[in-house]
Design a protein around this ligand. Structure first.
Ligand code: ZN
Ligand code: CU
Length: 482
């Protein structure tokens, strides 16, 4: 083997290495799926060379918050992620995971959202990870087990109550199995009906197997509106009781009366960080998206229908227009459209910017890979942070923007050998044009790929190039501590 020969050589680019350090000019040599050299490689040869002159060469982006559990198997090209420069996704968020499930069991909302008729049922977490290894997707995945999924598996459809001691023990056994299989943590979604009645104590007792491994507790909190501070308090209490790091998912403050509250939530987060390990993520939009809800707090502002099982023809339309057309109020229209997903304009731009700019905030899309009219965050999150919020608004330097989607995320989620460009690390790389990178996806046209991304490399394989997928599927399953 010639030490001066590489599988892939990226020439003439400007490296932003994912550590927040200032950029520098360097070539990058890749061999056997790893970064083999960074520096002046003028004399080197390679099987394939990419010209990166005038471009940024950065670590592949890590999507800290996804619902890609089923899509990784059903849509393994993962174009909606790869096209943005994403090379790794964290799955199993908001209490929802693809395993463990019982054969033939009916799933409650919102678990049904990600489910497709041809999705296999994995009774053990190990079986899910094994399926991903057998049929690799185009991106790497690290997965968590979801508390709502555990509740549905153990408690059936009798979910509108706290779990009994026996049920808690059964859920804990599933968590232990998931941990042994390599899950990186557990997520909850106490905002959602299947887990609303779960007590703090239930969550702590179910999550006990996290403690000895220092695995993550990640949460879509009980409340992101009037009682957001109490919800943060519960989250931190659980983290301390288990002595594990916590991640507050898609941090936001919803509803007009709460606009501006992020100043207080961030101050509380920062203060609490002095005593325990806390992370948070955020997507760069003022609208959220989740299952169709009929409660006033959710639909009092502009609401767009993203998908509806009984009325697929209403995808992309305003709830208010549908209600008027049907001659009913919005709540009734929402009920008739269920089950499905909607987009809710409940946040304030100043809060979004304050949270995004907070130094410890990671970027996570929370994209829902379902239907033709998804929230544009599914295709646009990462280029939107780099183009709109970094270049146009000037919220932070490019080095910081990249760090929020690479090095910081790898640190919080314990992803070793990824998230920064270093010799020996996995060769997950994105090459982009800092002057033109932008999100094309909009609420009206949500599935347009980003602009300004030249190439995306996953474990050394060129997976996206010049606006097209190469068909490569080199994603790996990342397990805790691996
Ligand atoms: Zn969520
Ligand atoms: Cu989510």
């Amino acid at each position: 083997m010639n030490a001066n020969h590489y599988d892939l050589l990226i020439r003439g680019g400007t490296v932003i290495d994912g550590s927040k350090a200032p950029r520098f000019d360097a070539d990058l040599g890749i061999r056997d799926g790893r970064i083999a050299a960074i520096g002046d490689l003028a004399g080197a040869s390679a099987d394939e060379t990419l010209d990166a002159a005038g471009r940024i060469v950065a670590p592949g982006f890590i999507d800290s918050h996804t619902h890609d559990d089923q899509a990784l198997l059903g849509q393994p090209a993962m174009a909606f992620k790869v096209s943005q420069g994403v090379t790794t996704v964290i799955a199993g968020n908001c209490g929802i995971s693809a395993a463990p499930l019982r054969e033939g069991m009916a799933l409650p909302m919102p678990l049904t959202l990600m489910d497709t008729p041809d999705t296999p049922r994995f009774t053990r977490f190990a079986d899910y990870l094994q399926a991903l290894r057998h049929r690799p997707a185009a991106v790497n995945v690290a997965a968590m087990v979801g508390h709502s999924t555990l509740r549905a598996t153990v408690m059936g459809d009798d979910l509108d109550r706290a779990a009994t001691d026996a049920e808690i023990a059964a859920m804990r056994a599933h968590v232990e199995e998931a941990m042994q299989a390599g899950a990186i943590g557990l997520s909850t979604g106490t905002f959602y009906p299947p887990a609303v009645k779960a007590t703090t104590e239930e969550i702590i007792e179910v999550s006990r197997p996290l403690s000895e491994r220092k695995a993550l507790y990640v949460t879509h909190m009980r409340d992101e509106a009037d009682r957001v501070l109490e919800a943060l308090d519960e989250t931190f209490r659980i983290g301390r009781a288990l002595d594990v790091p916590v991640v507050v998912s898609h941090h936001k403050v919803m509803n007009r009366a709460n606009h501006g509250k992020s100043a207080g939530t961030l101050a509380y987060i920062r203060e609490s960080m002095r005593h325990q390990c806390i992370g948070l993520d955020c997507y760069p939009y003022t609208a959220g998206s989740t299952m169709i809800r009929a409660d006033r707090g959710m639909i009092e502002e502009r609401t767009l229908i993203a998908s509806s099982e009984p009325h697929p023809e209403m995808a992309g339309r305003e709830l208010a227009d549908i209600a008027a057309e049907w001659g009913v109020d919005r709540a009734e229209a929402a009920r008739r459209l269920q089950p499905g997903t909607a987009i809710y304009f409940l946040m304030d731009e100043a809060d979004v910017q304050r949270i995004l700019a907070f130094d410890e905030t990671m970027v996570g899309s929370d994209g829902i890979p379902v239907g033709d009219k998804p929230h544009p965050r599914l295709w646009g999150t990462f280029p939107r942070v780099l183009g709109h919020y970094c270049r146009e608004v000037g919220l932070f330097p490019l080095e910081t923007a990249v760090w929020k989607m690479t090095g910081l995320t790898a640190r919080h989620f314990g992803l070793q050998g990824r998230g920064s460009l270093q010799v020996g690390h996995h060769a997950d790389v994105v090459i982009f044009d800092a002057a033109t990178i932008s999100d094309a996806a909009s609420y009206a046209q949500p599935t347009l790929p980003a602009q300004g991304i030249d190439a995306v490399i996953v474990n050394g394989l060129v997976t996206w190039r010049d606006g097209a997928h190469t068909g490569a599927r080199g994603g790996q399953v990342i397990t805790r501590g691996a």
